[in-house]
Write a protein that binds this ligand. Sequence first.
Ligand code: NAD
Length: 436
Amino acid sequence: IDVHMEKQTVDFARDAFLTGRSQPLKFRVQQLKSIQRLITERQGEIALALKQDLNRSQYDTALSELIGLENEISLAVGKLSQWAAPRHVEKNIMTLTDQVYILPEPLGVVLIIGAWNYPWALTLQPLIGAIAAGNAAVVKPSELSEHSASLLKALLPQYLDKELYPVVTGGVPETQELLRQRFDHIFYTGNSTVGKVVMEAAAKHLTPVTLELGGKSPCYIDKDCDLIVACRRITWGKFFNVGQTCIAPDYILCEPSIQNKVVEGIRNTLQEFYGPDPKSSPDYGRIINLRHFNGWLDSSPTVVMDVSPHTRLMQEEIFGPLLPIVTVSDVGDAIRFINGKEKPLALYVFSSDKKVIKRMIAETSSGGVVVNDVIMHYVLNSLPFGGVGQSGMGRYHGKHTFDQLSHHRACLIKSLGMECINMARYPPQDCSRARR
Ligand code: NAD
């Protein structure tokens, strides 16, 4: 690798940031609209790259990456002046005549490291927020989705300011070289082992991080539930992108009495979605590479019943088309099971019983929780998306990305008058005056 190249790219981005040109709102809006133009004009090429990387259908490309990006852009363009404006806050008696506000300001140069499973959404979505917040940003797409990475590298400079928003491609050595540089924020999406590498590198420069990680997202199915609807929604969320989704339901928890019905419901839905041979269905994706086969599965959708909580299947995030079912005796048992593991990125609950729903939410913790559906919280950009504990730190989507990639500067603007009210805090201390 060319060590100087990574350093030079970051230096150029910083120099460009220091010119101040990323800051005027008009410029930010213009760059955001350019990303919109890129998506509109190049969607055919993007879909082709995703077909080559993940066998993703054109329909799913729009559904899983492009529509979300377009929504983010139009929200940011529409709301930017509001988001970037000073936020006036409550005053106390000492500041009644002053101006008191929080001013969001750019952090500087942001490093965005994306994962391969949604290569466009996971790089451009943070980039949209970084631009909206007035930052420069270095984008590092995953080398595993190589067609998308090289297309991103070819296209982005044609639409955006080249120095402010460069793309660096490459694998681990290139990423490590980037991580040696000083950034003002690092936004990383990927697995938690590398998350720790990123955080360690960031600590050397006291750089704040957003870590969008993964983990085992549980899916509890209550016996009081429309199982046909539940199984259809779960099957869609689990087998979309062949299970390679950070918020895919990782495993099912249910009582033994409904286990057979759950399996039947999923089997029927799989048949409905992908026909008798999913691997030959144009609507079924592909595993990214051999490493992700994990050694225990082929790419066919598989449901495993009566899985022991101690098996390997229940230790690591599956990230493939394999869905274990662990039986529990009741909702309390399910809650204990969930709380016995790391806090997940998402928790799914299927039930018609309000008490069960309330209890599940009150007695567990997770990045996000969805009742009677899966994945759909990701699409709603008013909700913050992110993990807690081992599933990550920080949040994004919509205004949350803007806030995440801004410094919230405390501003107190006083006048030089009214000195009489300040006398109490100046020495020499006069106890009788203080008491009075
Ligand atoms: P990956 O292998 O593409 O790695 C992600 C990035 O890290 C890449 O850009 C890669 O170059 C870099 N990288 C890999 N090893 C490195 C190292 N040793 N040092 C420095 N950089 C390195 O992606 P992955 O980790 O396989 O992604 C899958 C994981 O990401 C899953 O755990 C999934 O749950 C999680 N994920 C989370 C989200 C989220 O939004 N929370 C979204 C997608 C994926």
